[in-house]
Write a protein that binds this ligand. Structure first.
Ligand code: SF4
Length: 306
C-alpha cells in the first residue's frame, strides 16, 4: 500500500507471541483495541481506514508501510511477518454500531486497507477479511478495497451484495521482470488481471451489484518500452486507471524511509529513473491515448470512491 495515514503505538515486543509460520512468514496474533482508524492524509475523504493485519507478507521493496514497523528489526524483515488482529470482526461490529448511533443519517466510508494487504496469503486461512465484509454489509458502507491479490475472488459472493464498493487492484508495472525485482513475493500481473476480470464476469452472471473497478499503477514502476502498449490495452475492461509517481514533486522517486532493496532496484532501472518525470508523462500519455473509455486519474484524485 502507498498511503501514509496511521501511527502505531503498540509495543509489539511486549505483547506478541509467535504462534506459527505461514509460508516463510512469522505469524503473530493479537487482540486489537480498535479496528477503525480515522482516515487522514492521502485518503482523508474517507471516515476510516481498516487494516485487518499489521505487516504484510507481500513485502514490496518500496512499501512505505514498512516504516511503521514496531522496531528496526521488523522493518528490515518487512514481508517476513504478519500480525493477525484476531478479534477484528467483533471490534468492528461494536465500533460500527456506536458510530451509526451517532450518525444515523449517513453511512460510513471505509478504506480497506492502507498499510497492509487485506488479501495477503494468510487470509486464505484466517478468512478475517471475509468476516469483516460480513459485518460491514449490515452497515451499508461506502467501501474501497485495495489489494494486489487474486484471493479477493473467493469473496465474490459477498462483494456483489454491497451497494457502494470499489475494488482497487494494484499493478504498478506491466513487466513481470520488473515485478519480480520490486515485489518478488506478490502474485503475477496476469493473476491480478484475471482476478479483476473474474469479479466482473462472475458478478454479471450472478446479476449482483457490480463494484466499480480500478487498476492502480501506484507507484508507477518501470515497464519495459516494448511491453507498455500491450499492458495498457489489457486494462480496457475497468472503469478507472490510477497512476502516481513515488513523489508528488516529480523530483524524488523514493521517500526518505525507502529500504535499500528498492534503492538498489532504482539503480538497476537507471534507464527509467534517470528520466523519471519524462517517462511518467509518456506513460500517462499512452494511457490516455489507448484507453478511450477508461477514466485516467493521477495521485490522490484517483483514490476517491466516486
Ligand atoms: S502489498 Fe501493499 S502493504 Fe503489502 S508490502 Fe506491498 S505495498 Fe506494502
Amino acid at each position: 500500500m502507498e498511503f501514509k495515514d496511521e501511527e502505531y503505538t503498540i509495543d509489539v515486543n511486549q505483547l506478541l507471541v509467535v504462534s506459527e509460520k505461514f509460508g516463510s512468514a512469522d505469524v503473530y496474533g493479537q487482540n486489537a483495541k480498535s479496528i477503525l482508524n480515522k482516515a487522514t492524509g492521502f485518503i482523508k475523504a474517507y471516515d476510516f481506514t481498516l487494516n485487518p493485519y499489521r505487516g504484510c507478507q507481500y513485502g514490496c521493496t518500496y512499501c512505505y508501510a514498512a516504516a511503521f514497523s514496531p522496531n528496526e528489526k521488523k522493518r528490515d524483515e518487512w514481508g517476513k511477518w504478519v500480525l493477525i488482529k484476531e478479534n477484528a470482526a467483533e471490534v468492528l461490529e461494536k465500533e460500527l454500531m456506536r458510530w451509526q448511533k451517532k450518525n444515523s443519517d449517513k453511512f460510513p466510508s471505509i478504506y480497506m486497507s492502507s498499510v497492509t494487504d487485506p488479501y495477503q496469503p494468510i487470509e486464505s486461512k484466517t478468512q478475517l477479511t471475509r468476516r469483516l465484509l460480513e459485518v460491514m454489509l449490515e452497515y451499508r458502507p461506502i467501501l474501497v478495497i485495495q489489494t494486489r491479490s487474486p484471493i479477493i475472488t473467493r469473496d465474490i459472493d459477498i462483494l456483489q451484495r454491497f451497494k457502494n464498493l470499489r475494488v482497487n487492484m494494484s499493478i504498478p508495472t506491466g513487466s513481470e521482470v520488473v515485478r519480480k525485482d520490486f515485489e518478488p513475493q506478490t502474485p503475477s500481473i496476469k493473476a491480478r488481471l484475471n482476478a479483476m476480470k473474474k469479479i466482473k464476469t462472475k458478478i454479471n452472471d450472478l446479476t449482483g451489484y457490480l463494484p466499480k473497478l480500478s487498476i492502480t499503477i501506484t507507484p508507477l514502476l518501470p515497464t519495459l518500452p516494448e511491453e507498455q502498449e500491450n499492458f495498457i490495452r489489457q486494462l480496457n475492461f475497468v472503469d478507472r486507471v490510477v497512476i502516481q509517481d513515488f513523489h508528488a514533486s516529480h523530483k524524488r522517486s523514493l521517500i526518505a524511509s525507502t529500504r535499500d532493496a528498492a534503492i538498489d532496484m532504482k539503480k538497476k532501472y537507471e534507464w527509467w529513473y534517470s528520466n523519471e518525470a519524462k517517462n511518467y508523462q509518456q506513460f500517462k500519455g499512452k494511457l490516455v491515448e489507448i484507453l478511450n473509455d477508461v477514466e485516467i486519474k493521477e495521485g490522490q484524485a484517483g483514490f476517491t470512491y466516486e
